[in-house]
Design a protein around this ligand. Sequence first.
Ligand code: DGL
Length: 262
Amino acid sequence: MFDSGVGGLSVYDEVHRALPDAPIVYAADFAGLPYGTKSEAEIAARVAGLLGKMSERFEPRLICIACNTASTIALGMVREVMEVPIVGTVPAIKPAALASRSGVIGLLGTQATIRQAYVDDLEREFVVGKTLLRHAAPGLVNEAERKLRGGTVDRGVLAEALRGVSTGENGAMIDHVILGCTHFPLLSDELKDVAVADLGWSSDVQFVDGAAGIARRVVDRLAGQPFQKSGQNRFVVTGPISNAGGLESALSSREFAPAQAF
Ligand code: DGL
């Protein structure tokens, strides 16, 4: 599994729950974090390079790109050149659009994700006769990284993101907010609380992410393959190992061995 940072752990949690015996290597590209402010070319180059290195080093049966930014930009490209099956993570626009009663859906993602043609295509296909309001919330990436290192979440940053997504046309009618960056579900309890307590939103507003669907796809792609686990899962990082400082308890509670340099 792969992400720019700890965000993909929101997907890991579901995959690990579904396949507790599957040995997982999780790579956090801390040397490239954040992806959301980078160009398409930079992101595509990092993703292709890292996935190539990972598959040589670890010979996985499957790769899960647990990052919306990397997937919406590079999924098609890496699938074409790599033989290993690749499952990506893209914003859960389809389930949110199907479930929305008010017809107004919010999408929170990184700057890079919300401008992708991939998202335009999902909108064209699934948001028929409804409205999708997109908003970039890069501040939430830092908050999730800090939270998993034991830091306090800044509610003001969360409130700003929620206000941002609801300022478009008919924004007050939003009934589903898509968490279109894998870092964001790590903050879903705080987001719900800020929405209701600080912004006065209805507690009926749903926060939607794709992690459970990704886990189902991973299980399907590996169907019939037995797993035998020896030892803990591995968490590897690019750049200095000190980038993983403070993550010890988030990792051990998820059955990872201590972080290692990649
Ligand atoms: N977790 C990543 C995503 O799903 C990106 C965060 C970032 O590196 O900007 O989009």
